[in-house]
Design a protein around this ligand. Structure first.
Ligand code: KG4
Ligand code: ZN
Length: 334
């Protein structure tokens, strides 16, 4: 069977086609260049861009999969969480197409899509596992016992890890999104140059706002009103030291979650899972403990519609569908 997946929750307009659980096409049109000049995503602009780009992106996903809309058996769409105007574009299009084609439609939780992205690359993965979901909107650890069985072990009490990356980049005068830029800069910096605090909370919760404030205070030492940032500030060292603090907490808590739940498999998902240092440290720690690590490739870590299509397809196979009066929701726990 063919599933068309649609994703418009934030600043990526995406569509994908799956034959059963195999990805035939995965098209992503990023709006980053539009939002860059504002230093972050402007919700109203995001909705308008989705409106403009969604049908061309869907058409491209169909043509590069060599299928026609009439071949599609199921439409899966992200309906939560995300920017409400942005979600509305995808959900309305999905409903209209499903109604017109007289085929089922299913709403997918974006976070579930990120976690299940690992199943695209590793179809035999099996349950249970611990999943670390790290993106611009989420930082949470789950004990995943099966499809739809996500027990949250802990989450961030303030900023998401990706949000911390974006905010730190902004205060260093770097462009949005901050994650990839800081990732690159860190490779030339000294991670032990500045000892930034680690937000170790009880259990499996995270906190990144104290770290962000510490970076701001450090940068402030090199700032003057008239001259701006002093060139003596080594932003590569700041980036590497910040990254070291983020990655250390993410890796430690994830390993702790695996040992406390007694599972020997870890999935890392979401945009921040594209981070080279996080990938390296997770791989080292997992290997050291005899844990199998499932890290989807970069294209499946950042927002995409293949993961949404797969989540929809798996739920559909269990007999689930959504009604056409399903409304998008800006927030919703997984
Ligand atoms: O999953 P995603 O594409 O969108 C959300 O659902 O939020 O994640 C976007 C986030 C942004 O905060 C971005 O800065 C971060 O992922 N990100 C990274 C990297 N690539 C993207 N963070 C750290 N290192 C990266 N290489
Ligand atoms: Zn995402």
């Amino acid at each position: 069977m063919y599933t068309l997946g649609i994703e418009t929750s934030c600043d990526e307009t995406a569509a994908a086609v799956l034959r059963d659980d195999t990805v035939l096409s995965n098209i992503v049109s990023s709006q980053i260049d539009i939002h860059k000049k504002y230093g972050g995503v402007v919700p109203e602009l995001a909705s308008r861009e989705h409106l403009k780009n969604l049908m061309p992106v869907i058409r491209e996903s169909l043509s590069s999969a060599s299928v026609f809309l009439k071949d599609i058996d199921l439409i899966a769409v992200t309906y939560t969480p995300g920017l409400i105007g942005a979600l509305l574009v995808g959900v309305s299009a999905a409903k209209a197409m499903a109604y017109a084609q007289n085929i089922p439609f299913i709403g997918v939780h974006h976070g579930e899509g990120h976690i299940l992205a690992a199943h695209i690359e590793y179809p035999g993965i099996g349950y249970p596992y611990v999943a670390l979901l790290v993106s611009g909107g989420h930082t949470a650890l789950y004990h995943v016992k099966g499809l739809g069985e996500y027990r949250m072990l802990g989450q961030t009490r303030d900023d998401a890890a990706g949000e911390a990356y974006d905010k730190v980049a902004k205060l260093l005068g770097l462009e949005y999104p901050g994650g990839p830029v800081l990732d690159l800069l860190s490779q030339e910096g000294n991670p032990s140059a500045i000892k930034f605090p680690r937000g170790y909370l009880e259990g499996f919760d995270f906190s990144f706002s104290g770290l962000k404030t510490a970076v701001r205070n450090h940068v402030a030492l090199f700032m003057s009103k008239d001259k701006g940032i002093d060139p003596k500030l080594n932003i590569r060292d700041v980036a590497a030291s910040f990254q070291e603090a983020v990655v250390e907490t993410l890796v430690d808590k994830t390993m702790l979650a695996a040992s406390e739940t007694g599972v020997d498999k870890i999935v890392v998902a979401g945009g921040v899972a594209a981070n080279s240092f996080l990938r390296k440290r997770m791989s080292e720690e997992a290997a050291h403990r005899g844990i199998t690590l499932y890290l989807p490739g970069m294209g499946l870590c950042i927002d995409n519609a293949a993961m949404i299509a797969l989540a929809g397809y798996l739920h559909f196979k269990r007999g689930e569908t959504s009604r056409l009066d399903l409304n998008p929701r800006p927030t919703m726990p997984l």
